[in-house]
Design a binder for this molecule. Structure first.
Ligand SMILES: Cc1cc2nc3c(=O)[nH]c(=O)nc-3n(C[C@H](O)[C@H](O)[C@H](O)COP(=O)(O)O)c2cc1C
Length: 423
């Protein structure tokens, strides 16, 4: 039997909406699906009263008698629910939101169940529809796209949909590009890029040439990404901040990449000056030629003090950079007690390196995930110093003493070469 697709269309007369509608009709025709398109701009749907009457007084039927009842009735019969909406604050347009509030709740039961560790309702009907959300934007906006994908995934989970997908079309896109977006969404991600085709750029933020902790972390991230099938290319930010040609090469690689991962030390509670300079130039580059693809960004910042919380401001700055430069922010990792990692690979640290390794592995998964990771996964991960602070500081003192030991006896760590002269 032909699949039945129910479309809740909140595009109204938004620019680019007709191209999506045409693509959808062509796709349904090609696949032999029956299509019921409900134009929400032509329907009058009152806001949800929040009375739960659809669960208590008239189970399965909304207490308010208007067009939303037809949506619930159509939904009970549909194999696929497709929502079309201009993206508003990363979510749905008001007309669609009201239709979802009023139309969907009656298709669920009030009773709760636990599914995959989360609380959900039971479905009222035997079969629940697959869920596809197609959003429309005037141009690329990683923040909005990431939130839209997350919201669609959550709606699908609450609907108990067997499959879900989301996609975003941009108003100026050609019909051909829109068709590819729509086809990709209706294929439920089957045609999405496999991890093996992903290209990730690693940015090295430490100015140290030998034994930098950042480089050690980047090496582990590179291996993890390679093992997942992704291609990795590395760039030195100090070189890029100082050399025009090196910067252009880096910027072009970033444009062509699916993801960018920064590894940097913490200097005076922020990123080092040259890292800040390279990111500022990269932002200007990307403003001039805005990216047309969905790209991801993360950062691993390490600091000398044992408390990883010291990295918070630098990670927040990385998030703002990502937002302004059109990347989806995957959340970062803040590592404390960097002295512990110096000169040793993360693997060689065994049990002691487990938290830093786990944090890097978690973010590597987000880089290669076929779907845009949910915002819940995009939080910062803290990897605190692997040993108690007092022990770390004891070793640190010993390390400074050793380093002060020069050839001709110990140098004075308390020297005051610029002290005011007594008069
Ligand atoms: C100029 C400078 C400023 C620093 N500021 C901080 C800081 O504010 N907080 C902190 O915990 N560590 C600070 N550190 C220590 C570095 O973050 C630490 O040595 C780091 O591991 C170096 O990383 P790398 O090996 O990747 O270069 C600073 C180091 C330098 C050289």
């Amino acid at each position: 039997m032909a699949e039945s697709w129910l479309v809740l269309d909140a595009f109204g007369d938004a620019r680019g909406g007709d191209a999506v509608r045409r693509a959808l009709r062509a796709r349904a025709e090609g696949l032999g699906a029956s299509l019921e398109m409900l134009r929400l701009d032509a329907m009058s749907i009152a806001p949800c009263r929040g009375c739960f009457g659809c669960w208590t007084r008239t189970p399965g039927v909304c207490a308010v008698d208007d067009a939303a009842r037809n949506i619930t009735a159509a939904l009970a019969q549909a194999d696929v629910l497709i929502v079309l909406t201009p993206i508003v604050f990363g979510g749905y347009a008001p007309a669609l939101k009201a239709a979802v509030d009023r139309g969907v709740l009656p298709t669920l039961l009030p009773h709760f169940q636990r599914l995959h560790g989360r609380t959900r309702h039971f479905a009222r009907y035997e079969k629940t529809p697959a869920f596809v959300a197609i959003g429309l934007l005037p141009g690329a906006c990683a923040d909005m796209e990431q939130l839209f994908a997350g919201v669609a995934a959550r709606n699908a989970a609450n609907l108990l949909s067997p499959f879900h997908a989301s996609a975003v079309a941009y108003a100026p896109m050609t019909q051909e590009s829109v068709e590819a977006v729509v086809a990709g969404a209706l294929d439920f991600g089957k045609e999405s890029m496999p991890a093996s085709a992903r290209r990730i750029v690693l940015l090295h933020g430490s100015p140290r040439k030998k034994h930098s902790v950042s480089d050690g972390f980047a090496a582990y991230a590179g291996k993890t990404l390679n093992a997942a099938g992704a291609e990795v290319e590395s760039f030195d930010l100090l070189g890029a901040a100082q050399d025009e040609e090196a910067f252009t090469e880096l910027a072009a690689a970033v444009d062509a990449a699916d993801g960018v991962w920064l590894f940097s030390p913490l200097y005076a509670d922020q990123l080092p000056g040259h890292t800040q300079a390279a990111l500022t130039r990269l932002l200007a580059w990307r403003k001039e030629v805005p990216p047309r693809r969905s790209q991801r960004f993360s950062a691993v910042i390490n600091c000398g003090f044992p408390e990883s919380v010291n990295n918070d401001a630098a990670l927040a700055m990385c998030r703002l950079f990502a937002q302004q430069a059109g990347f989806a922010w995957l959340g970062g990792c803040g590592v404390g007690g960097s002295g512990f990692y110096e000169g040793r690979s993360l693997e060689a640290l065994g049990w002691f390196g487990r938290r830093a390794r786990a944090a890097i592995e978690r973010k590597a998964e987000l880089f290669v995930a076929a779907r845009m990771p949910d915002i819940a996964a995009s939080v910062d991960i803290a990897a605190p110093c692997p040993v108690p602070a007092w022990l770390y500081l004891l070793f640190a003192e010993w390390g400074w003493k050793k380093a002060l030991g020069g050839k001709n006896g110990a140098r004075d760590s308390h020297a005051r070469p610029y002290a005011r002269q007594a008069t």
